[in-house]
Design a protein around this ligand. Structure first.
Ligand code: ATP
Ligand code: MG
Ligand code: FE
Length: 343
């Protein structure tokens, strides 16, 4: 029976319905619906937690109805309800968790608490020819930048983490200080396409020494100084955006190569919002061709937050016999390494 997936950890309400197909999970995706709160938060230049929670309350049930209609199902057809239990904003998480827990209880089906970053990490499994463990995952989102060794689904070992800003956060903050509208990351990436490669060169943080950790906050300062000293023309802004994007992408490529060596892996999975970046996708695919590793990306709309990845992670855990007890509990901070194996 299909699983309903609910995502509400930040500023996207996502819902999906997925029937579990072990060999080709993407084929079981019956419907997905998303509502982004981007416009709501734009005036404030960032996500306002209380507004986010209230908007999830408004949008969640209509989206559930929409997804069920699209799948041609009624609630009684569901075999489980999966929801993001963390990490994320506590109020926003509680909206999804209480709705999911209540639905599951009313329907008499299991509720499954999903780790948001496991959702991101598994999103590439929704594509054709899904990756099989062992593999290395590069998780680059708004709140995380991690390299994870995946020995099996549910067995995660963090090889590298960010010491300060996450990659997506670096994109967003850098865009903001160059005056780009919120949300800055995708806007900066778009602008970079018009920039001249090499016109500005910024450092590749922490690539000159061994290790798999990241640090992106210094790049922001470099960009700010370059921008302040420049003529601030449109072309210059694009050139600086290009230089910044190249620095981030190069750094990520170097660290991915190292992580694959360290783990002795031949497959690289890329996930999270920054995984939607075209230059990152192209450069990692090219590095894979050169060095003999395979790359796996989610489709663009499943890089950023969505319900499909939560339905998938929930279906996998339900198939492994795991479910949540009858309490509403969320985990705003939650280490991926503490998850139980999913088999
Ligand atoms: P987390 O998953 O860590 O809790 P999040 O859910 O807010 O954070 P995602 O939805 O995975 O993060 O991704 C959003 C981030 O991705 C934003 O920081 C955004 O700037 C970035 N992003 C989206 N598209 C692009 C792009 N094309 N290039 C670079 N960054 C991008
Ligand atoms: Mg978001
Ligand atoms: Fe996310």
């Amino acid at each position: 029976k299909p699983v309903l997936g609910i995502e509400s950890s930040c500023d996207e309400t996502g819902v999906a319905v997925l029937r579990w197909e072990p060999d080709a999970p993407g084929r079981g995706l019956l419907a997905h619906a998303l509502y982004s709160q981007v416009k709501l938060h734009a005036n404030y230049g960032g996500v306002v937690p209380e507004l986010a929670s209230r908007d999830h309350v408004r949008k969640l049930l209509p989206l559930v109805r929409e997804a069920l209609t699209e799948a041609g199902l009624t609630p009684a057809d569901l075999g489980g309800v999966a929801y993001t239990a963390g990490p994320g904003l506590v109020g926003a998480l509680l909206v999804g968790a209480s709705a999911a827990r209540a639905m599951a209880w009313a329907l008499g089906v299991p509720a499954i608490a999903v780790h948001h970053m496991e959702g991101h990490l598994l999103a590439p499994l929704l594509e054709d020819d899904p990756p099989k463990p062992p593999f290395v995952a590069l998780l680059v989102s708004g709140g995380h930048s991690m390299l994870v060794e995946v020995k099996a689904i549910g067995q995660y070992h963090i090889l590298g983490d960010t010491l300060d800003d996450a990659a997506g956060e670096a994109f967003d903050k850098t865009a903001k200080l160059m005056g780009l509208p919120y949300p800055g990351g995708p806007a900066l990436a778009k602008l970079a396409e018009q920039g001249t490669s090499g016109a500005y060169r910024f450092s590749r943080p922490m690539t000159d020494r061994p290790g798999l950790d990241f640090s992106f906050s210094g790049l922001k300062t470099q960009v700010l100084l370059a921008w302040q000293k420049s003529d601030q023309s449109e072309q210059t802004r694009a050139d600086i955006a290009r230089g910044f994007e190249e620095a981030i992408v190069d750094t990520l490529v170097v660290k991915c190569r190292r992580a694959l060596d360290a783990a002795g892996a031949e497959r690289l999975v890329i996930a999270g919002g920054v995984g939607a970046n075209r230059r990152l996708r192209a450069e990692l695919a090219a590095a894979g061709e050169r060095d003999g590793f395979r790359t796996y990306f989610p489709r663009l709309q499943f890089c950023t937050d969505n319900g499909a990845m939560i339905a998938l992670a929930g279906a996998i855990r339900l198939a492994a016999g795991q479910q949540q007890d009858e309490t509403v509990q969320v985990f705003p901070r939650w280490n991926l390494e503490t998850l139980p194996p999913a088999a």
